[in-house]
Design a protein around this ligand. Structure first.
Ligand code: CTP
Length: 397
């Protein structure tokens, strides 16, 4: 899959460096030729011997190693891409400033090949304004950044800042080398996440949607050349700045945003888990527990997918989702027809590894022409690729 590609892997001092061994193994297995440059701090987390054995090449760490001047210039010229993974906060700041105090930085500064980095750091460091600025700076220099993940961190806390998994990094590289810009010139609207319906100023009705699926679809569309707008409900997932994001809270806000954007797009993918009911009369003040029971009156929200289906032009493609627990196919087909969508992505809560919060998903897609496309359980990024491939297949028919 990466046969013949020359990858220069820069490893910096972050606990995620322990994953570099797996990353090198996967890259070599995919057919790539790998050379490793690491900082002294990285060598505290993963042994150069492990990496030289796996990459079948000498690992370079020191600027003052024999023949170092020739090394750093030639390495950057040898590579088809320089991948810095993990990218620590410290090396990020050096990249932004153009500092050159080790071999890795010398190679980076002299590299003529494209450079991509997979940052890894604790959430508070990741969210620091200086880090944000540094990321923006290195992107403005033409570098690419693989989005961070959300989950357990070395500090014991949980949040944004995890390095993308080695499998995702390999997929990113594969897309980078081989993906055609088959969505170039297309405008895409994607919805993601849950909606929150207020009960009073401190409480709401929501659901467990993490937004991961919609964010992965937005990333995939951008990677394939589309101009994307993501409308998302409240999510804690990191969202990259590769596309425009509109954050909303309630189903009504999501409805307004989508109806506003839809006339100008070619494709709309509605993956948000929109509340079906909202509180009829949210209390202006916090509700006190003065009585033994509390009854809330709920009213139906407007169906965004259906509203877009009613307004859809022949040139537009509309994709909806269906999350079902029973009579999956029948329910999905009903949604496809009643909402006038062009395709429905079904995920069943009965499938292991599928649905809310998981990093993986198992989908079946039904289209208007009566076709049924089944897919295995895959990571949400790989599922996003399947969804976009199917959208393109349907729109070409
Ligand atoms: N949807 C929407 N607006 C709503 C409710 C749902 O746009 N108010 C969209 C979702 O984004 C999804 C599709 O409709 O693409 C199906 O959502 P789902 O919750 O599975 O179905 P519902 O139509 O709400 O039907 P039910 O809850 O009865 O299964």
């Amino acid at each position: 899959m990466l046969k013949g590609k020359k990858i220069l892997l820069g490893i910096t001092g972050s606990i995620a460096a322990y994953k570099s061994a797996v990353l090198v193994r996967l890259l070599v297995k995919a057919g790539a030729e790998v050379k490793v440059v690491m900082t002294a701090a990285a060598a505290n987390f993963v042994g150069p011997l492990t990496l030289s054995t796996l990459s079948k090449n000498q690992v370079l760490t020191e600027l003052s190693q024999n023949d170092s001047w020739a090394n750093h210039v030639m390495l950057g010229r040898w590579a088809d891409i320089m991948l810095i993974a993990p990218l620590s906060c410290n090396t990020l700041s050096k990249m932004a400033a153009g500092a050159c105090d080790n071999l890795l930085m010398a190679v980076y500064l002299s590299a003529t090949c494209p450079v991509v980095a997979a940052p890894a750091m604790d959430e508070d460091m990741w969210k620091h304004p200086a880090t944000k600025l540094n990321i923006e700076k290195i992107i403005s220099f033409g570098n690419k950044v693989i989005p961070v993940g959300n989950g357990e961190l070395a500090s014991g806390l949980s949040g944004d800042g995890r390095m993308a998994e080695p499998e995702e990094i390999v997929k990113w590289l594969n897309d980078f080398f081989f993906q055609v810009n088959d969505l170039k010139g297309k405008k895409v609207l994607v919805t993601a996440g849950p909606t929150y319906e207020s009960i009073d100023p401190v409480r709401f009705i929501g659901n467990h949607s993490s937004g991961k699926m919609g964010i992965a679809i937005a990333e995939e569309c951008v990677k394939r050349g589309a101009e994307v707008t993501l409308v998302t409900g409240p999510v804690s997932q990191p969202i990259s700045n590769n596309f425009k994001t509109i954050r909303v809270r309630s189903a009504a806000e999501m409805y307004d945003a989508c109806l506003d954007i839809f006339p100008g797009v070619d494709i709309a993918v509605m993956s948000a888990a929109v509340a079906d009911y909202t509180v009829a009369a949210p209390a202006a003040e916090k509700i006190k527990k003065n009585s033994d029971s509390l009854t809330l009156e709920l009213t139906k929200t407007r169906d965004i997918l259906k509203a877009l289906g009613e307004r859809k032009k022949a040139t537009q493609l509309l994709a909806g989702f269906a999350l079902e627990t029973n009579n999956e196919k029948e329910n999905a087909l009903k949604k496809l027809h009643t909402k006038n969508a062009d395709m429905i992505v079904l995920n069943s809560l009965n499938d292991a590894g599928a649905g809310f919060g998981h990093n993986s998903n198992k989908i079946t897609i039904f289209d208007k022409a009566g076709n049924e496309y089944r897919f295995d359980t895959k990571s949400k990024t790989a599922v996003a690729t399947d969804i976009v491939n199917t959208i393109l297949k349907i729109s070409h028919e």
